[in-house]
Design a binder for this molecule. Structure first.
Ligand code: SF4
Length: 270
């Protein structure tokens, strides 16, 4: 059957995304030391709670709230049984505490029920991938990005979390059409990445989005991707904003500020 122009365009777009994924793997991989997944950062329930706390707030705030929560309660059973207004007070440093306290207890209730109170989510590493994702996204307040974080970070499953940095950098490079929704961005990027590429791609784009391809103005003068970047074509012509090169590069020995750096090495209580 003859292929229409729309399927040809889709195929061309897919090839373009794949070429850009190759450039990311090579150049940003080199810049950010080819990150590889080395097992879970924390247990899956902690990761779920952390991601709820990190919604719409800075990483330092969500980590402070998470630490306060684990200092106050010795087990997930205690968090689940706590008075909601008390939990709200404990996690107040994370912002949106009234919403997040209810959401955490709703999610914990679902996990408790699904695991018969064992809090063991290892079935998410064993179920068919889409079933595991559907179970996670059926939880209150858990969307595609959080589901992908749990599946990728805790179980090494091939899912790509698309956060604001990944979305911005991929969009500027030309991997995503203008105004692509977060949900669609997950599909478009996962479609062209090999399973083993998802973790490094996620980490590389987040790091690049924080230190170079920043919002609202990227520091293109520090970027190894200018020759393949759609945004840079516009910025070089003065049609899109670009920041000057910083006089001083970020201090590599500065204290950790971001979610993954803060929780790296953190051990959940017994
Ligand atoms: S060239 Fe500029 S806009 Fe493009 S990825 Fe690099 S920093 Fe971002």
């Amino acid at each position: 059957m003859a292929r229409g122009p729309s399927s040809q365009k889709r195929a061309a777009d897919r090839r373009k995304r794949r070429r850009l994924a190759d450039a990311v793997a090579e150049r940003l991989g080199e810049r950010y030391d080819h990150p590889t997944w080395a097992g879970p950062r924390v247990d899956a329930v902690s990761e779920l709670v952390l991601t709820i706390l990190s919604q719409n707030t800075a990483d330092t705030n969500s980590f402070r709230a998470f630490t306060a929560l684990r200092d106050r309660y010795a087990s997930w059973d205690q968090v689940l049984a706590a008075a909601t207004d008390e939990l709200e007070e404990v996690i107040r440093p994370g912002g949106l505490a009234p919403t997040k306290s209810k959401r955490i207890q709703h999610v914990l209730a679902e996990v408790h029920s699904a695991t018969d109170g064992t809090w063991d989510l290892s079935f998410l590493g064993e179920w068919p991938l889409l079933e595991a994702r559907e179970w996670l996204t059926s939880l209150p307040g858990i969307g595609r990005k959080t589901a992908a974080i749990i599946l990728l970070f805790n179980f090494g499953r091939p899912q790509l979390p698309v956060d604001t940095h990944v979305h911005r950098v991929a969009s500027r490079l030309g991997m995503l059409p203008p105004r692509t929704s977060l949900e669609r961005a997950h599909d478009l990027l996962e479609e062209v990445l090999e399973p083993a590429e998802m973790y490094p791609f996620h980490v590389e784009l987040i790091r690049h989005g924080r230190d170079t391809c920043r919002a609202p103005r990227p520091i293109c003068g520090l970027c190894p991707m200018t020759d393949v970047c759609a945004y840079y074509v516009q910025a070089a012509r003065g049609r899109a904003p670009m920041a000057p090169i910083l006089k001083a590069l970020p201090d590599p020995d500065a204290p950790p500020r971001f979610h993954d750096e803060l929780i790296h090495g953190w051990m959940p209580p017994e």
